[in-house]
Design a binder for this molecule. Sequence first.
Ligand SMILES: Nc1ncnc2c1ncn2[C@@H]1O[C@H](COP(=O)(O)OP(=O)(O)OP(=O)(O)O)[C@@H](O)[C@H]1O
Ligand SMILES: [Mg+2]
Length: 267
Amino acid sequence: MIEKKKFSLKVLTSKTHKLHKDGTRRGGVEDLVVATNPKSSFAEAVKSIKTNVTFSSVEKELKTILVTSPESGDGKSFLVANLATAFAQDGKRVLIVDGDMRKGRQHEIFGIPNDKMAGYSNYILRYKSTEDMGMMAFIKPEIYVKPTQVPGVYLLPAGPTPPNPLELISSENNKKLLESFREQYDIVIIDCPPALGLSDALVMSKYADVNIVTISNAKTKIDQLEDVKKNFEKVNSKIAGVVINKAKVGGGYYSSYYADAYYSKIK
Ligand SMILES: Nc1ncnc2c1ncn2[C@@H]1O[C@H](COP(=O)(O)OP(=O)(O)OP(=O)(O)O)[C@@H](O)[C@H]1O
Ligand SMILES: [Mg+2]
């Protein structure tokens, strides 16, 4: 159990969004809390997280934000959808890349089909940068990137699960594709799979300006967070901050806090 008292940090957010009764069900459009309830305490929480994330990229312009967590169900996808909305409410043009090719669900949150012929996995396979295009010029970005019901938020759904997601993620094509997104959008947010047991997020961290880790207060063990940190260090990537999703499943509420410089403060 990670207590907020153990952090010498400002608690940025407060009681949030009501959880589904079963405590585990995956939300759809009802997860778009910042869009549907922009004055809620949850929306305020996400805006604080947005501000902190913005300020955590002092050395370079903030363009690409990666979100991961130790395990499944820690709230990565939920945070990504709402954080993207918060940036868009500031007038930014935001792209969500569903980088979870194994169980991506951003399309469910935004109510957009995950076209088996399109999506991120297919886009990487077929992407060529403009100079290489030639005969490939028929690849139209709009086949892959879809506008969402949230003004300013665009979504690249995960697409079909490839035999080896890591190979696609590590490819030169993926690098070029993500570089092109940097030029086309104000903010790119990548929703990644969990960082323990899978290397996808670590590989993707090379393309991100800021890496955010979401943890579940009631569930995440400090060792798991430390392991995530070590894994990032091994690939020379830094974690800019942690979003603590404090689950109180019985009562049906979660809270979120944003923390940085947290490691030494957690017991
Ligand atoms: N702060 C929160 N308030 C309310 N509900 C939340 C919160 N965070 C997550 N949830 C809910 O918890 C469930 C799991 O969240 P989510 O799918 O975002 O986790 P995840 O880390 O992306 O999991 P996976 O690794 O399996 O993709 C969803 O139903 C989501 O609606
Ligand atoms: Mg997810």
